[in-house]
Design a protein. Structure first.
Lengths: 289, 345, 391
């Protein structure tokens, strides 16, 4: 059972799993880090991204390289309306945001059920090829997803580290009042952060819909995974989200392959609970001051 | 490992400022009015089944009462500043404890109820000292995961719990209780005793200590309140009482399974408290009626209901932190101001 | 404080008055047919399937002028309540149907929680109920079947014949791998199938997953390391089954795959795409038969989306029940029940000969048995490979 082929397969699967987890967790942690909002509706936006891709790519046949970002852009733009209507009442109010956004999640999810019916659909994959690299089987679409996730992470990191707006975002995250005093337009920064976060969630949702299946309830699972990843890595920390995603993805792959499904779930939950009790700010977060 | 903040628990968890209860100075006259109002409502609840002897009405009424007990027990925990997303799991523990005591050990319902209290209370006692140190958001997350773990244990431990298929053919407390009217009075009895007990606690010294803990832990600690021990006590009590509600449900529906005590039910209990009002016992009562009766009126439009609930949650959390109870109070105060002013000569 | 009390009193009295006013008088010529189904949440696919199947049967009867019973003609109307796949909700829904709406015939719930939650309400009230769910307690209970019938094949009925067929057509297979959901359905159905395989001399490897998972690659890699010859999908829901098929092929499993159980094959084909080629599936409807085609046309005319496998089952059952009512020439449920029990052999619209079975296992013959098929996916469509009749 512990042969090299199996181990290699475990690693490949781990990369695939980590990529999806990171993409969803990034937006989630961004919203928390900057606006102190726990976005329980994050999964719902991923779901909307999936449906957007379903129509743009599946029904209208726009070439994939344009369709994927376009679909995510559409969802993020429409979401800006919700930002004005709902989110701005919850900035810096963590507790209210949890429950209020839970309500938003319910509202979006069940509106989706009314519009699209609850049965599962699938979005055609980009490529159906299955590559074989030295005895290890790699479906080509997994490679694409991992690639895009990696690119998104890199772009994001560079943006926050080096661009003016990225720096402004980080300043706002550290201390809003002082950032405002320095001339940073917090309202605009919040909107920018929100847009980016939802864009990534919607992108992830599209991939999710292609790899697995699309239904109004599909966002719940990515949301739970995002939660765990972000707790592992530290809420508000971007490198933390990446680390958490990789850890969870590989742990999941390893444990499930060698010990079965329930062991994997029990162990990951158990570890997260212990972490929350003894080190709630995660591996790379900062303890609240 | 102390993870509570130097600043108040209230501010760090982002609880709305309106949550601070003002000291209530009720004028002498209001005291007797309150007593009469309570008696009137109780009389109405006792008389209702005699006037409306319809099974459907009685079934919904029983579900309202059971949920009211569960929501009130969660209210205790919310009043110390912790929102638990695992409450339905504790209900489930009580349900399984009672059902197994009655069916496998052949003991009477009364013993089952005691088991239904002790079992979740024991678990709460075990994990309380660990998780109650956490601040607002972390506590929510831990209870979220914990609730899931308990549910999975229900599903996995097939030998004891019947696994995913649950336990069917649960006997009623006694054959007389197959009549919904009888069960209504049974649950009414439990509800009055338990909710009355909770109300008593909340208006006593203990209640004031609870509020002080919620508003500022460090300050409460300095005032001599043994914060962690206190919180554990309240948590244990709240979870135990939830277990009793679970037992009632088990013997009423006569079938229990893990899906009856999952995240959905935990969320419903939290929503009842939030929508109704988190800082007064009346809140979960209003919330229960809202959440249990409204779906019956809107049957056939379930998705619309859920969208509606979602929007109400948003509105309440954004503008009405005290929930509907608070809204009612505000409307009444506004009305009093307007009409009170007019009546002055 | 007093405002609060007033608000409770107001809410309570509002609630009471609304509930009691909930049942206005009904026109005499109308017969209400009750439906309890999961119309929200996870089980909605099944619930909708049930509801639509019953509605189409009702439409058929109304198109012919209604149901003629005891000299009167009744227009049929469906009254459906959501049980949210939950026992307590099913109980409340049943109470409402039985005591408020005064319904005598109820279709559903689908799923053991709902079925078991509603039985204690309908059985003492002598209301006929037609359910689907894997728990044996549905038929084997204190009322000994009584007024409940199970109208979908449970795998008690089809496990053995399918395994025998596999042994015949794939003689080189020795070891079977199964991946099953760890929920009520999985826990009830899997042991039956496992025993059927073991009785025919197979080695069985099985692994469970938590409902909600979508990523099965680690489990599939684990399965492949066991060198299984045949991948059996047993009672997986269509969404998960489609993903299992797709991911199994993506991970490199080359052997045959079959699902002994579950619902229709179309959803699986949609999700797995070209990777579903060669997949074998238990199914109940033969789209080639003219009478089935009639049903399929009626369905696609009225409803959008992929046909849910429960619709033909409930359409069929509803017709059986309506016929029993006609034969009893009465709405008295005991008389109708007796007629139902005698209807073995009647030619039902979709599934043909009615067969009641189950006495050995449940103590009563209230389990409906359909002939079923094994389909193979060829060129993106489910093609019939063989038809399995009753023993």
């Amino acid at each position: 059972m512990f042969s090299t082929t199996v181990l290699a397969q475990v690693v490949v699967n781990g990369i695939g799993l980590s990529a999806t987890y990171i993409l969803v967790a990034l937006g989630f942690t961004l919203l928390f880090g900057i606006m102190r909002v726990v976005n329980f509706a994050h999964g719902a936006f991923a779901m909307l991204g999936g449906y957007a891709l379903y129509y743009v790519y599946g029904s209208f046949g726009v070439p994939y390289i344009i369709a994927a970002p376009l679909a995510a852009l559409l969802v993020a733009t429409v979401a800006l309306v919700l930002e004005r209507l709902v989110y701005r009442f919850f900035y810096q109010k963590m507790f209210q945001s949890m429950i209020g956004l839970l309500g938003l999640d319910m509202a979006i999810m069940f509106t989706a059920v009314m519009v699209w019916d609850s049965h599962e659909r699938s979005i055609p994959p980009t490529v159906s090829d299955i590559l074989q690299i030295g005895g290890v089987i790699v479906p080509a679409d997994k490679l694409i997803i991992s690639g895009v996730a990696g690119a998104a992470l890199l772009a994001f990191y560079l943006f926050t580290k080096f661009s003016r707006y990225g720096l402004a975002m980080r300043a706002a995250a550290q201390d809003m009042e002082i950032a405002e005093a320095q001339g940073v337009n917090t309202v605009m920064i919040y909107r920018l952060a929100f847009f980016i976060a939802i864009f990534m969630a919607a992108l992830a949702g599209g991939f999710y819909g292609q790899t697995y299946a699309l239904s109004p309830m599909m966002g719940e699972r990515p949301l739970m995974m995002a939660f765990i990843v972000v707790i592992l890595g530290g809420m508000g920390s971007i490198p933390g989200a990446a680390l958490g995603g990789i850890l969870l993805g590989f742990a999941d792959s390893f444990l499930a392959t060698f010990y079965g499904g329930s062991v994997s779930v029990f162990l990951s939950f158990g570890v997260v609970i212990l972490l929350l009790i003894f080190r709630p700010w995660g591996l790379m977060g900062t303890p609240e001051s | 490992m102390n993870t509570s903040n130097p600043s108040s628990t209230l501010a760090s968890s982002g609880l709305p400022p309106g949550a601070v209860p003002r000291p209530r100075r009720t004028p002498a006259g209001a005291g007797t009015f309150l007593k009469w109002a309570a008696v009137a409502i109780l009389a109405a609840l006792v008389a209702a089944p005699l006037l409306v002897n319809e099974r459907f009405f009685l079934t919904v009424a029983v579900m309202v009462l059971i949920n009211a007990i569960a929501a009130a027990s969660l209210h205790l925990i919310i009043r110390i500043g912790h929102v638990s997303l695992a409450h339905a799991a504790f209900m489930g523990l009580g349900a399984y404890a009672s059902v197994l005591t009655v069916m496998k050990l052949g003991l009477p319902f009364g013993v089952g109820v005691i088991a239904a209290f002790l079992c979740p209370a024991a678990l709460a006692l075990a994990i309380g000292p660990l998780v109650l140190r956490l601040t607002g958001k972390y506590f929510v997350l831990v209870t979220f995961l914990f609730g899931e773990i308990v549910r999975m244990v229900f599903v996995e431990w097939k030998g004891l719990t019947g696994g995913g298929n649950g336990i069917f053919g649960v006997p009623p407390p006694s054959p007389a209780f197959l009549d919904p009217r009888a069960f209504y009075y049974l649950s009414l009895g439990f509800a009055v005793v338990i909710i009355g007990f909770i109300a008593r606690i909340l208006t006593s010294e203990i209640g004031r200590a609870m509020d002080s803990i919620r508003e500022g832990e460090r300050l409460a600690e300095c005032s001599g309140v043994p914060v962690l021990r206190f919180k554990v006590l309240v948590f244990v009590l709240g979870c135990g009482l939830a277990g009793i509600a679970g037992a009632l449900q088990g013997h009423f529906v006569r079938y229990i399974d893990p899906t009856s005590f999952s995240m959905i039910q935990s969320l419903n209990l939290v929503v009842m408290n939030v929508i109704g009002g988190m800082y007064t016992l009346v809140g979960p009562m209003i919330g229960t009626i809202f959440l249990v009766v409204l779906p019956e009126l809107l049957r056939g439009y379930v998705e619309l209901q859920r969208v509606f609930f979602g929007i109400i949650l948003i509105v309440v959390m954004a503008f009405l932190p005290g929930g509907l109870a608070d809204a009612g109070k505000r409307v009444a105060t506004l009305a009093e101001k307007r009409f009170g002013a007019r009546s002055r000569p | 404080m007093k405002q609060a009390l007033v608000s409770i009193a107001a809410a309570a009295s509002l609630g009471i008055s609304l509930l009691t006013a909930a049942a206005p008088a009904r026109a005499q010529e109308e017969l209400k047919i009750g439906v309890i189904a999961a119309l929200s949440g996870g089980g909605t696919g099944w619930g909708l399937g049930l509801q639509r199947g019953v509605q189409l049967a009702i439409d058929d009867a109304n198109a012919k002028g209604g149901l003629k019973v005891g000299g009167k003609t009744y227009k049929l109307r469906q009254v459906a309540y959501d049980d949210q796949y939950n026992a307590a909700q099913a109980k409340t829904a049943a109470e409402r149907l039985v005591n408020e709406e005064k319904v005598k015939f109820i279709f559903g719930p689908v799923g053991s929680p709902g079925a078991l939650g509603s039985l204690p309400v309908t059985q003492p009230a002598k209301v006929l109920q037609f359910v689907d769910g894997y728990a044996p307690a549905i038929l084997k209970n204190e009322w000994n079947g009584g007024y409940v019938f199970r109208i979908g094949n449970s795998n008690q009925e089809f496990a053995e014949p399918i395994v025998k067929w596999i042994k015949q057509t794939m003689p080189n297979t020795r070891k079977v791998g199964m991946i099953a959901p760890n929920d009520a359905v999985g826990q009830a159905a899997v042991p039956i199938l496992v025993n059927a395989y073991k009785r025919q001399g197979y080695d069985v490897w099985i692994e469970y997953y938590e409902r909600g998972s979508k990523e099965f690659t680690p489990l599939l890699v684990r399965m492949m390391a066991q060198n299984v010859d045949l991948f059996e999908l047993n009672s997986n829901a269509p969404g998960e089954a489609g993903l299992l098929v797709k991911q199994a092929r993506q991970v490199g499993f080359k052997g045959p795959m079959i699902q002994s159980g579950g619902a229709g094959v179309d959803e699986i084909i949609e999700i797995a795409g070209p990777l579903a080629e060669g997949f074998l599936k238990y199914d109940v409807i033969d789209a080639g038969l003219p009478r089935v085609k009639l049903f399929l046309d009626a369905y696609s005319k009225k409803y959008t989306g992929i046909l849910n496998g429960l619709s033909p089952v409930y359409y069929n059952a509803a017709h059986v029940v309506l016929e029993a009512i006609r034969r009893a020439d009465s709405l008295d449920t005991t008389k109708v029940r007796n007629e139902l029990e005698k209807m073995g052999g009647w030619d039902a619209p979709v599934f043909g000969k009615v067969i009641w079975t189950g006495k050995e296992i449940y103590g009563n013959d209230h389990q409906l048995f359909h002939a079923f098929l094994i389909k193979e996916v060829k060129g993106g469509k489910g093609v019939i490979k063989t038809v399995v009749q009753s023993q």
